[in-house]
Design a protein around this ligand. Structure first.
Ligand code: KG4
Ligand code: ZN
Length: 354
């Protein structure tokens, strides 16, 4: 089955072609970073307009890359939520119109399920079941994944998402947008022994997170230093290091706890923050000692992309799911656990057990 995947939930236009026999055939991405940079964050109206500009040329680009024509498509998967409503509408409209004209099925995909399944694009995919840490700009969640579509929420952030905390702290350090990767880069020059930031909610049981206090702690630290002198480049790097270390440590503690609670030996990390190398290294090191394995997507599939939507859609379409005749509602907010469970005919890694 050849599936075209369309991602347009926020500030990246992502297109991909996924073949259920041959894997990923092509993918293309246009990032709107330059467009939003001057505003210090994503401007929804501009995002929608730019998706409209990019979508059709990117469809042509992936078709050309894979040497396929529109008539070769068996189905179209698109992000139906969560995300910015106008941005979602652009991808959904194109997907539904194309599917209508080609008389093939379309399927609205949950953006976070896309992230969660992205590590299945890798040569050595994780088998089910596993614990997934979803860390993006809008979500920080620990999910118990028993099978494709069988998701149970173990814990989540009660306030800011991890990516949001990275972005806000980056702003505080005048790093601009997009903050996460820039803060991570700055942290490389930071000295580990200067500041010790709190690890929120790690001293009590449970798997929820809270990052807004850490953000406030960082602000207080910045203000204290600024009351004495202008922040030096080394000050900023030291703060970035301490902030990142606190986030990484907090996420690692909770992941360890989630694996212990479920008895699972596989951890999947996905979403934009899973591109953070310090987080990957810490999790690998910590979990190795416990006989557990960490899986994550290739760097380009950690952040938003069309490949994860094509894959998630293909797995659900293969299991017989598709949009109904009426246009299904787009969902700016959409809890992952509300997705219907399903059994695909073939799932990457399905024969492995915990
Ligand atoms: O998954 P994603 O591309 O979009 C959402 O679904 O939200 O995630 C974007 C988030 C942003 O908050 C960004 O700052 C963060 O992921 N991010 C990072 C890194 N790369 C992206 N955070 C920390 N370190 C990184 N290397
Ligand atoms: Zn995302």
């Amino acid at each position: 089955m050849l599936v075209l995947g369309i991602e347009s939930s926020c500030d990246e236009t992502g297109l991909a072609l996924y073949d259920t026999d041959k894997g990923l055939l092509a993918d293309a991405l246009f990032s709107q970073v330059e467009l939003h940079e001057v505003y210090g964050g994503v401007v929804p109206e501009l995002a929608s307009r730019d998706h409209l500009r990019r979508l059709t040329p990117l469809v042509r680009q992936v078709m050309k890359q894979a040497e396929k024509s529109l008539q070769d498509l068996d189905a179209i998967a698109y992000t139906a939520g969560p995300g910015l409503i106008g941005a979602l509408l652009t991808g959904a409209s194109l997907a539904r119109a194309l599917a209508f004209a080609l008389e093939i099925p379309a399927l609205g995909v949950h953006h976070m399920e896309g992230h969660l399944l992205a590590p299945l694009l890798e040569a050595q995919p994780p088998g089910f079941p596993f614990v997934a840490l979803l860390v993006s700009g809008g979500h920080t969640q620990l999910i118990q994944v028993k099978a494709l579509g069988d998701y149970q929420l173990l814990g989540e952030s009660v306030d800011d998402a991890a990516g949001e905390a990275f972005d806000k702290t980056a702003k505080l350090l005048d790093l601009g947008y997009p903050g996460g990767p820039r803060l991570a880069k700055l942290a490389e020059a930071g000295r580990p022994d200067r500041f010790d930031f709190p690890r929120p909610m790690t001293n009590r049981p449970g798997l929820d997170f809270s990052f807004s206090g850490l953000k406030t702690h960082t602000l207080t630290c910045v203000r204290q230093l600024q009351s004495q002198a202008e922040l030096s480049e080394q000050d900023r790097a030291d703060i970035a290091w301490a902030f990142q270390d606190a986030v990484v440590d907090t996420l690692t503690i909770k992941c360890k706890r989630a694996l212990k609670q479920t008895g699972y030996k596989r951890l999947v990390i996905a979403g934009g923050v899973s591109a953070n190398l310090a987080l990957r290294e810490r999790l690998e090191k910590t979990l190795k000692g416990q006989g557990a394995e960490v899986f994550y997507p290739a760097l380009q599939y950690c952040t938003d992309n069309g490949a994860m939507i094509a894959l998630a859609g293909a797995l659900r379409l293969q299991a017989g799911q598709q949009d109904s005749e009426q246009l299904p509602p787009l969902r700016p907010r959409w809890p992952l656990v509300e997705l219907p469970p399903l059994k695909a005919t073939t799932q990457p890694g399905e024969n492995e057990h915990a």
